[in-house]
Design a protein around this ligand. Structure first.
Ligand code: SAH
Ligand code: SF4
Ligand code: F3S
Length: 478
């Protein structure tokens, strides 16, 4: 349902190539990424570490010396896709035993050395905090052994590593600001695969964003599992109980946003993901104050039922969520708002499901990522509750949620007809070379005739027609 055409969701499993580099590295790395933007951003760190080891990226796994899958464990089907993909490489490995195959990221962290037993062709298992160790691990494998490093860290933020931008359009880039997650949402595997939450030093974030701007980039998306709880108190790990003195010198997420916004008014800022329980007015105030901080909030609700939210251990109620939506609209009446939902969580009744649908209607989300509950080993829900909503009911509820969102997206697009938006042009439309596409502040994709416009420009576009997924428009003289 998403109109976020170019977010990683669309690129799952594609090998992303490093662009605009002329290195003469002789060895080839084929790197496929799955999961969230954070994983895609990690792939850029992996590529950077391996670049120094003499590896160039390739999009053809047949010529690779090293095949890496940077994996996701969020739902069972995410892991299934990786296992299927590993199957594809079996023949290749048989023909070329010196080929090294590695599983990295969240599935590696979850399964640890078990993965080597389950998938015989895998040589290397590396968790999200161990990428600096990759050169040693590769050496171990070259010496004929298997290698595993799944240690999680309380400090690692890869702050000093300059990512190699993969498959970049040269205009938009991700910048990681926190790693890990300290929430324990009952359904979620992330705290187990990515460890404790830690914030990255603000200066390194601002420097990375400024460097991107100087290289022609026009938009950065600040990334974390829960960006609103970003807090730099002079050390890596977010302190549970910072002293008053530490807090005085601390940098909050709102302050970080402001620092990045001040780099240049032509550098747009987005961020993802927000957690409703930590979404404070201070952040909304800064967003409203700076034109270059996009008026778009992704605020995952998961469920509209306070009873289910409590079982999910989300730390807020339906009413709290509604209050946050009201606050967003108060500070930014034109804001784009999107969400995530889970259908069929343990004990979800028909009434709970109706509450999710009514909350969606009330909020009027512009788009949503909608999922069926998938039980994950070790999580609170797996230990405490029964996965008791049957598959057919989960599917039916999900289909109903998707239908509600489809209507909402269409209505939201119809509301935009005739409006003018400042759009950052990201590239040529996939459908026709005579058209360009870009996004407005609200994160909607708009397609329009090329004329004399080009990628990287800001243009004022008037919306002339729409489908439920895309806006079409025309450039106006501004
Ligand atoms: N840190 C982000 C979300 C990361 S996972 C946040 O808190 O918002 C992205 C989405 O996947 C979640 O918002 C949730 O909707 C979904 N998800 C997570 N675990 C899931 C599970 N076990 N089954 C189904 N969906 C899940
Ligand atoms: Fe998972 Fe909750 Fe953390 Fe998001 S906030 S990563 S859903 S535990
Ligand atoms: Fe998946 Fe890990 Fe991201 S489990 S959603 S890749 S943090």
């Amino acid at each position: 349902m998403s109109v976020e055409k170019l977010l990683p969701e669309e690129k799952q499993g594609e090998a992303l190539n490093a662009v605009s580099r002329n290195s003469n590295n002789s060895k080839k790395l084929y790197l496929e990424s799955y999961g969230c933007a954070m994983n895609f951003s990690d792939s850029e760190i992996i590529a950077s570490i391996l670049d120094k080891e003499g590896f160039d990226t390739t999009q053809d796994f047949k010529v690779a010396d090293l095949i890496f899958l940077n994996t996701c464990a969020i739902r069972d089907n995410a892991e299934q896709r990786v296992r299927n993909r590993l199957n594809d490489f079996k023949q290749l490995k048989r023909k070329n035993p010196s080929l090294i195959i590695g599983v990295l990221g969240c599935m590696a962290e979850r399964l640890k050395s078990k993965l080597l037993e389950e998938e015989k062709l895998v040589d290397l298992v590396v968790g999200p905090d161990s990428y600096r160790d990759l050169p040693n691990l590769i050496e171990t494998v070259e010496g004929g052994q298997k290698a595993v490093n799944v240690l999680l860290s309380r400090e690692e933020t890869y702050a000093d590593i300059s990512p190699v931008r993969l498959d970049s359009n040269g205009i938009t880039a991700f910048v990681s600001i926190t790693r890990g997650c300290d929430n324990m949402c009952a359904f979620c595997v992330v705290p187990f695969t990515r460890g404790r939450e830690r914030s990255r030093e603000p200066e390194t974030i601002v420097n990375e964003a400024r460097d991107l701007f100087e290289r022609g980039y026009k938009e950065v998306t600040l990334l974390g599992q829960n960006v609103n709880s970003y807090l730099w108190t002079g050390g890596g790990l977010k302190k549970d109980n910072p002293s008053e003195d530490e807090l005085k010198n601390a940098t909050t997420f709102a302050q970080l946003l402001e620092k990045v916004a001040l780099i240049n008014p032509d550098l747009r800022i987005r961020y993802s993901t927000s957690h409703p329980k930590d979404m404070g007015d201070d952040v909304l105030e800064i967003m409203a104050k700076y034109e270059n901080i996009c008026n778009y909030v992704h605020l995952p609700v998961q469920s509209g039922s306070s009873r289910v939210l409590e079982m999910m251990n989300r730390g807020y109620t339906r009413e709290w969520y509604m209050d946050r939506i009201n606050a967003i609209k108060r500070f930014m009446p034109d804001a784009g708002i999107s969400t995530d939902t889970i259908s069929g969580f343990c004990g979800e009744t028909e009434e709970d499901h109706q509450e999710t649908m009514s909350l969606m209607e009330w909020s009027g989300f512009d788009f949503s990522y909608m999922f069926k509950y998938s039980e994950r080993p070790k999580t609170l829900a797996e230990r405490k509750f029964k996965d008791d909503v049957d598959e057919a009911t989960k599917s039916r509820r999900l289909a109903e949620i998707i239908e509600v969102q489809k209507q909402l997206s269409h209505k939201s697009n119809i509301r935009d007809l005739g409006k003018e938006f400042k759009v950052l042009i990201e590239g040529v439309s996939k459908k026709s070379a005579d058209f360009l596409y870009g996004r407005n502040s609200q994160n909607k994709v708009i397609v329009f005739p090329k004329k004399d416009l080009k990628k990287g420009d800001y243009a004022t576009i008037k919306v002339t027609s729409c489908t439920s997924a895309t806006l079409l428009g025309e450039a106006v003289q501004s």
